[in-house]
Design a binder for this molecule. Structure first.
Ligand code: NAG
Ligand code: NAG
Ligand code: NAG
Ligand code: NAG
Ligand code: NAG
Ligand code: NAG
Ligand code: NAG
Length: 314
């Protein structure tokens, strides 16, 4: 019994991802970049309780992973690299994706399922969110494109930083939790969770910065690989980008003897979190637009032009 209890608590502790409210917000951000045709298709895929909003649905996967029925999906939220940041960063899909799946394979699997669901809606075989496999696929894709942008979801050291003890705001915590929630809350200067019903001002601000190209890397560059017909290739690239941050900031700047809220670590992490969250949202929207629009093949110029329009719309 006690062993079970321990295992349960351990799983609970480890499954932390961007806090659930941050996942909701990434979904609400993505909604701002969806084409009307995408929105109307997704509305038929999602179960009615989400009212057609991927923002509202984007946090479901964390709760589901902790049910008996959903336990199989628990490990789909991350990929454990076999490297040692900050000395060495390296992520390899074939080597690092665990048996039973990882965030990269899960994105590929659920994207394929979702493609079939989009076809079902288009041919009138699906409406009103009646096929749960389809609704789950959309909820997982909306969640995992967020997770894969969190640096510690693409890092195996100390189980994604879950076993790396630090202090934040005078509270003992783990490095993983600092990136899931503490730094986003610092960035937004809030002390309570974000809404799970509507976009919050901080995330509106990120949407506006995406449209105005106010990041140090240009948003169209984030979409270099964003074709849902090559999901393993794209998701692996995104994971490698996240993994790179574990060498370039997460572990190279961390100090486990000082308070990360005070020693400059959180402040320095804010731009990283803002960038990664913004990438996740724009990639999610682009992914879904392409799935619905049936834009296939390699990065077509035609599509890039469309995307440019989406970005410039106010
Ligand atoms: C559901 O969405 C529609 C528009 O998409 C909106 O007008 C309506 O207020 C929403 N209902 C709820 C309960 O959020
Ligand atoms: C793909 O997802 C389905 C559930 O949606 C699951 O049953 C199946 O095991 C998954 N396959 C892989 C290879 O992850
Ligand atoms: C739901 O959709 C999935 C994926 O397209 C399909 O395999 C399954 O047969 C559908 N279920 C029902 C009851 O139509
Ligand atoms: C941090 O905690 C210590 C004791 O645990 C306390 O003395 C100190 O006032 C706290 N500092 C802040 C800024 O809350
Ligand atoms: C953060 O919020 C507090 C109160 O909510 C306010 O006093 C402070 O000026 C804010 N700081 C920044 C940097 O916006
Ligand atoms: C961590 O901070 C302490 C106290 O400021 C300092 O003495 C130490 O050199 C720092 N360690 C690293 C690895 O930067
Ligand atoms: C800080 O990290 C070092 C190196 O990872 C470790 O040896 C040490 O035990 C840690 N200290 C605390 C207080 O956690």
């Amino acid at each position: 019994m006690s062993k079970h209890f321990f295992l349960g608590s351990l799983l609970l502790a480890l499954a932390a991802a961007w806090n659930t409210d941050v996942h909701n917000q990434i979904g609400f951000m993505a909604e701002q970049f969806l084409e009307p045709s995408t929105i109307s298709i997704l509305q038929q895929i999602l179960e009615p309780q989400y009212n057609g909003s991927i923002g509202r649905a984007a946090a479901w996967a964390d709760g589901y992973a902790h049910t008996d029925k959903g336990r199989f999906s628990y490990q789909w939220h991350w990929i454990d690299s076999h490297d040692y940041p900050p000395q060495r960063c390296d992520l390899d899909y074939t080597r690092d994706c665990a048996e039973g799946g990882c965030v990269v394979s899960a994105i590929a699997n659920q994207t394929e399922i979702l493609r079939g669901c989009v076809e079902k809606v288009k041919t009138g075989l699906l409406s009103g969110g009646k096929n749960v496999t389809c609704s789950y696929a959309l909820k997982w894709v909306s969640h995992f494109l967020g997770d894969i942008a969190q640096p510690l979801h693409a890092s195996g050291r100390a189980a994604g930083g879950n076993f790396y003890k630090v202090k934040f705001g005078n509270v003992s915590t783990e490095l993983h939790a600092v990136w899931d929630g503490c730094i986003p809350y610092t960035a937004a200067n809030v002390s309570k969770p974000f809404s799970n019903q509507a976009i919050a001002p901080f995330f509106e601000g990120l949407v506006s910065r995406i449209r105005k190209d106010q990041f140090y890397s240009a948003p169209y560059m984030w979409l270099t690989c964003s074709d849902p017909s090559t999901p393993v290739e794209c998701a692996t690239r995104w994971a490698r980008e996240s993994n790179r941050w574990t060498c370039d900031y997460v572990y190279s700047r961390v100090n486990n003897t000082t308070d990360l809220a005070e020693d400059g670590y959180a402040a320095g992490g804010v731009p990283v979190v803002e960038l990664q969250i913004s990438k996740a949202a724009l990639r999610l929207a682009t992914w879904l637009n392409k799935l619905v629009g049936n834009v296939r093949g390699a990065e077509g110029n035609e599509y890039s032009a469309d995307q440019q329009v989406v970005l410039e719309k106010r």
